[in-house]
Design a protein around this ligand. Structure first.
Ligand SMILES: Nc1ncnc2c1ncn2[C@@H]1O[C@H](COP(=O)(O)OP(=O)(O)OP(=O)(O)O)[C@@H](O)[C@H]1O
Ligand SMILES: [Mg+2]
Length: 262
């Protein structure tokens, strides 16, 4: 079939909805008989930043951990890039989960290795195990890792030891490492909690850029509602394992927000 370009623009009604990258459907989780996540549902679309807000212990990390496979939910289902985890083979499940790269507050870089070597680690899942030591990384992976460092604005620090970089720079290296995994989505669990306000803004701006410019989905746990207001398209509020709101950022209600932390 030949597709011909036409000068007529598509009518409003034909606007295509962004792809659903993550569809969490009614997941629940208990630890030692205590329910910590109750019937939680949420979605992340391509090109969108979703902020998770909620007090300590409300279930934010548990939700992200159920998505990335650090834990398994007791019930409910999760669909990542169209793959339903409950029905998928373990290989397919692992592949789907690789599409969701995680960034944590505690930045797990190897301090004595260079920024570039740390970023290369993001590509390991695509390599045979014997290639996962620095001298054997291969030029292709190094080039891709360098492009990821460029993307986060740190190409000039590629050969510096990760441990010599500031906290904000290290978090950007961690994001570059996540990008080297070629994800469709970034799950960020308190990515800026250990950073000063300027570095926190830099990291949030970067996550937003990745969503807007590259169509990644971003789900970020934040303890700073003002950052959610600035950088998120949608905000999700959790309280005691329950979803209490899920709305466009512009509709975030101050009273509802305050109630999360009572
Ligand atoms: N592996 C575990 N074993 C037992 N209890 C756990 C485990 N992981 C989480 N919990 C409990 O589940 C609840 C929710 O924890 P979670 O880490 O999801 O909270 P959170 O919203 O991320 O909080 P914070 O803002 O402090 O990071 C907490 O009460 C926590 O103690
Ligand atoms: Mg947490």
């Amino acid at each position: 079939m030949t597709i011909t370009a036409t000068s007529t623009s598509a009518p409003e009604t034909e606007r295509v909805e962004p792809e659903v990258l993550l569809d969490v459907r009614a997941i629940s989780k208990s630890f030692g008989g205590r329910v910590v996540l109750n019937d939680m549902s949420m979605r992340v679309h391509a090109g969108e930043v979703v902020a998770f807000l909620g007090a300590n212990g409300s279930g934010k990390s548990t939700t992200l951990r159920a998505v990335n496979g650090l834990i398994e939910a007791d019930s409910g289902d999760i669909e990542i890039t169209g793959v339903r985890l409950n029905e998928a083979s373990s290989a397919r499940k692992a592949e789907a989960r690789r599409a969701a790269a995680t960034v944590f507050q505690k930045i797990h870089l190897v301090p004595r290795r260079t920024a570039l070597q740390n970023v290369c680690a993001g590509g390991f899942s695509r390599l045979p195990a014997w290639r996962s030591i620095p001298p054997l990384f291969g030029d292709e992976l190094k080039e891709e890792a360098m492009a990821c460092l460029e993307r986060v604005g740190l190409a000039d620090r590629a050969h510096d030891k990760a441990g010599s970089l500031s906290g904000g720079q290290q978090q950007r290296v961690a994001i570059a490492r996540a990008l080297c995994q070629r994800p469709r989505m970034i799950l960020a669990d308190e990515p800026v909690s250990a950073l000063d306000p300027r570095a926190a803004d830099d990291v949030m701006r970067l996550l937003r850029q990745l969503a807007v410019e590259e169509g990644l989905g971003v789900a970020a746990v934040l303890h700073q509602p003002q950052l959610a207001r600035l950088y998120a398209d949608r905000v999700i509020g959790l309280r005691d394992g329950h979803l209490v709101f899920d709305c466009p950022t512009a509709e975030l209600d101050d009273t509802e927000l305050a109630a999360l932390y009572l």
